[in-house]
Ligand binder design. Structure first.
Ligand code: CMP
Length: 505
């Protein structure tokens, strides 16, 4: 019945064309008009060509009926094979038309077709590649319709799905989301294809699970084996071969277990099966009071300790005072008190901070920057640099502690940040710490001597003697200036004990 239905149309077409061929003289005599002259000449050829093509049509259908349909009832036959066979049958029919109907030599026809084929081949390179790879896949049969395959491997793995069709140009997969993925056959030659349905219909999959070291392995295996066994039978996870849980290794993450299970991809894709196994495993672990290993090191986030100090904050300034030689011996509380009393002065390069001859009642501590100290040379009368004040040193102490006019001019060589301490604060400090007076007196003595032309040129021994006697003299002046006469004995005594040079000068 099916055969009759399949062959009826081509047989009817052949019959009709044969009828036309039999009556063509009568038909032509009835169409005896001048305008139809070309048709009269070609009609016999057209009818004969039609018969050849109709026979090819019939043969193609017979091949389908006797060859492809029986095979297809056992394994799905790719459309490509049917199409290629059909193409060959029609090519033979066309050759017959050229050779028999038009009585032309077949050789040049094939040669002309060859040239045409080359031109066409260059233009349709990719399409032809797709066709040939498609043919190769059909003969090589790395996968068949219905197989579950994955294209590519590793992190660059491409689509995964069931093969739905393999045609002239493309292979079509139905992926896990139910979408049709169309892959040009040419790409198949470049990619590694994993066929989950070969060599057997089922495929083995592995799921790693990490548990903490303190979970006894025997308990872990019991829970995991039970979990995977209960996943078997649903979503493509097979009961036979039975799934298993095995101990795999130990790493920083914990103890590694591997769950092996088998999937029939014709029932469900590997993704669905993995979902089922993982869901059951996590559920069973949870019920058993276990959970996958978590990192055994905790990371706490805390604000970083302050690594920089800012002289403009009173607390930081107090800390920085401790780095200044003169104030090293003060307690934290004393430094904090002093730092909160000091006045900030931020100046730009070139600013004249103190001018020789001016009166002054405060001294300064330089925190950042560099200062130049100049005096008018006695010999030349020219302004000459006699010293530099570096960060961490003090200046302006001479006037502040003796009441005399400023002995030199101080200019900012760079932008500079300093803090001013006035006379009352210095007095309170010296009252509490008389030893500071000695250190300052020593510095003042050295600076004064350095500023005098005669002593700058004198030898080291003379300078030492002069420094010592000037220090004693200055100390007396300072103490009486501040009215700290009661401390005189102590400081003078200390001064005699210590003849070390002051690093601040
Ligand atoms: P005073 O005299 O109050 O004012 C000018 C300041 O310059 C002076 O205090 C010292 O602090 C400082 N000074 C004077 N001579 C020198 C020097 N040779 N080296 C460094 N600083 C000096």
């Amino acid at each position: 019945m099916k055969a009759a239905r399949t062959l009826a149309i081509p047989l009817a077409v052949i019959g009709f064309l044969m009828l036309l061929a039999g009556y063509q003289q009568q038909i032509l005599s009835r169409l005896d008009f001048a305008a139809l002259a070309p048709l009269r000449a070609t009609l016999p050829h057209l009818i004969s060509s039609g018969i050849w093509l109709a026979v090819a049509y019939l043969v193609n259908r017979i091949v389908g009926l006797v060859l492809w349909d029986p095979i297809h009832s056992r394994v799905p036959v790719p459309r490509l094979l049917r199409d290629v066979t059909g193409l060959l049958i029609y090519l033979l029919a066309i050759t017959g038309i050229v050779g028999v109907v038009y009585d032309k030599p077949i050789g040049p026809f094939w040669a002309a077709s060859g040239v045409g084929a080359i031109v066409l081949g260059l233009a349709l390179r990719n399409v032809i590649l797709d066709v040939f790879i498609g043919l190769a896949v059909n003969f090589d049969r790395p996968f068949e319709i219905g197989d579950y395959i994955q294209l590519g491997i590793g992190p660059t793995a491409g689509p995964t799905g069931r093969v739905m069709e393999l045609n002239w140009r493309t292979t079509r997969l139905l992926n896990g989301e139910g979408n049709l993925v169309v892959i040009p056959n040419g790409r198949l030659s470049e990619l590694i294809v994993t066929n989950f349905s070969r060599p057997e219909r089922m495929s083995e999959f592995v799921l790693p699970i990490f548990l903490d070291f303190d979970v006894p392995t025997e308990r872990a295996l019991r829970v995991l084996s039970a979990a995977v066994a209960s996943a078997a039978g649903s979503n493509g996870v097979l009961e036979q071969p039975s799934p298993k849980a095995r101990l795999r290794g130990v790493s920083a993450q914990g103890v590694e277990y591997r769950i092996k299970y088998f999937v029939d991809p014709t029932i469900a894709g590997p993704g669905k099966a993995r979902h089922e196994v993982l869901r059951t495993v996590l559920d069973q672990l949870h019920r058993a009071g276990l959970h996958p290993a978590s990192p055994s090191q905790d990371v706490f986030h805390a604000p970083l300790p302050v690594r920089k100090l800012d002289a403009r904050s009173a607390d930081d300034r107090a800390q920085l005072l401790g780095r200044i030689e003169l104030f090293k011996g003060l307690t934290d509380a004393e430094r904090l008190e002093l730092s909160s009393q000091m006045q900030e002065r931020l100046v730009t390069e070139g600013t004249t901070l103190l001018r020789a001859g001016d009166s002054g009642a405060s001294m300064f501590v330089l925190y950042e920057g560099l200062l130049h100290v100049t005096v008018k040379a006695e010999s030349t009368g020219l302004e000459t640099r006699v010293g530099r004040v570096h960060a961490g040193a003090f200046f302006g102490e001479m006037s502040a502690l003796t009441g005399e006019p400023r002995s030199a001019t101080v200019v900012a060589a760079t932008d500079a940040l300093m803090f001013e301490i006035d006379k009352e604060q210095i007095a309170a400090l010296i009252d509490r710490r008389p030893e500071l007076a000695r250190v300052i007196a020593e510095t003042v003595a050295m600076r004064r001597l350095r500023n005098s032309d005669a002593l700058r040129l004198a030898n080291a021994a003379t300078v030492a003697v002069e420094t010592s006697s000037l220090t004693s003299q200055l100390l007396g002046t300072m103490l009486s200036f501040f009215g700290i006469s009661a401390k005189e004995a102590i400081t003078t005594q200390k001064l005699d004990e210590n003849s070390a040079q002051n690093p601040l000068a």
